[in-house]
Design a protein around this ligand. Structure first.
Ligand code: NAD
Ligand code: PRE
Length: 304
């Protein structure tokens, strides 16, 4: 496959940066990949395991001469990193990010970028509960969506090349505006994570009363909750602080529905419970009948 970028810089060396490195190398998409992370310990691990072609000791050095710079840090750190690299970016370079929220990242990053540098925010809808430099793998993005939220006036050629990078890394690519992205992700990812964190917290409180029963007898559904609730605390703290409005909107709706179900249980309203569960079952069956792999949500849209 054809090389798309001569030099790529990855800032932040965790699950997503590691997966980007391996996926780019698998398909021969980048000449040299240079990496930087804030902690010396992470940089040492990256050198030891051969994560990136070259690991450097400053963000400025990492972006020097890079054609593509991808910010792979928690969303709350994006603004500070953008400010740090801005004076060292090459004219014509493309800056992107992989943050799980888009509105707040655009607000934090865009003002720092100099004229003549392109910016295309991105969000791969792919991840695991693992984090850190050892957790990445080349297949992470295979058959997953990557949502781009280009700003007005984005250069079409720069955009098309960047889309091609994600396609060659195995992803389906779609575009959305940032507010829509943040609302959709509040429904499909952010609020579900908060519910998992809460449910595991509740079980942990109970576990203290009933010893190890919660762990010993946990069913598959609860085990899935514990996997999600093991996700990186810094990343998720930042996601909720950054996507505050959309998450609170969805959480408000969730709480209303939960109270209605709670009331139905208390008053013995079996019809309400049955109708509700029938509706949600139909949604799942509809998704399967439409031939959509539920592992690959596409929000009813087609890849471009
Ligand atoms: N984990 C997922 O499931 C997932 C999926 C899609 C997108 N994302 C997004 O991707 C980004 C990275 O997530 P991850 O899962 O790879 O996290 P991670 O914790 O595995 O890695 C983050 C890396 O950033 C480094 N870092 C933190 N602050 C920094 C700073 N100021 N300067 C330089 N390096 C810094 C950390 O040391 C670490 O190496 C986040 O914005 C997250 O929202 C995560
Ligand atoms: O499978 C998981 O571990 C994930 O939670 C991955 C997941 C998601 O919610 O789907 C988490 C956050 C991201 O921004 C994208 C993907």
């Amino acid at each position: 496959m054809a090389q798309l970028y001569d030099r790529v810089a990855l800032i932040g060396l965790g699950l997503i940066a590691g997966s980007l490195f391996h996926a780019m190398k698998r398909a021969g998409l980048a000449g040299e990949v240079v990496g930087y992370a804030r902690s010396a310990e992470t940089r040492d691990v990256a050198r030891e395991i051969g994560l990136c072609d070259r690991i450097v000791d400053s963000a400025a050095e990492a972006v020097e001469g890079a054609d593509l710079v991808i910010l792979c840090v928690p969303v709350g750190a994006m603004g500070a990193v953008a400010a740090e690299i801005a004076p060292h970016l090459k004219q014509g370079a493309l800056v992107s990010d992989v943050g799980s929220t888009k509105g707040a990242v655009i607000e934090a990053v865009a003002p720092h970028l100099p004229d003549g540098v392109h910016f295309i925010p991105a969000h791969p809808l792919a991840g695991t509960e693992q984090s850190g430099p050892r957790s990445g793998f080349a297949e992470l993005f295979d058959n997953r969506w990557c949502l781009l939220t280009p700003l007005d006036g984005t250069d079409p050629e720069v955009l098309e090349r960047y889309k091609e990078l994600w396609r060659q890394m195995g992803s389906n690519v779609d575009e959305m505006d940032a507010p829509h992205h943040d609302l959709v992700l509040a429904v499909t990812s952010h609020t579900p994570h908060l519910i998992a964190y809460t449910m595991v917290g509740v079980a942990d409180d109970l576990g203290r009363v009933t010893d190890s029963e919660v762990v010993q007898y946990s069913a598959a559904g609860f085990r899935d909750f514990t996997r999600i609730a093991a996700s990186d605390p810094t990343m998720w703290r930042d996601v909720f602080l950054a996507n505050k409005d959309a998450t609170l909107e969805i959480l408000g709706r969730f709480t209303e529905e939960l109270f209605a179900l709670q009331r139905a249980i208390r008053t013995g309203d079996g019809e309400h419970l049955h109708d509700y569960f029938t509706r949600t079952r139909a949604i799942r069956r509809g998704i399967i009948e439409a031939g959509q792999d539920t592992d690959v949500p596409n929000f009813g849209r087609n890849a471009k």
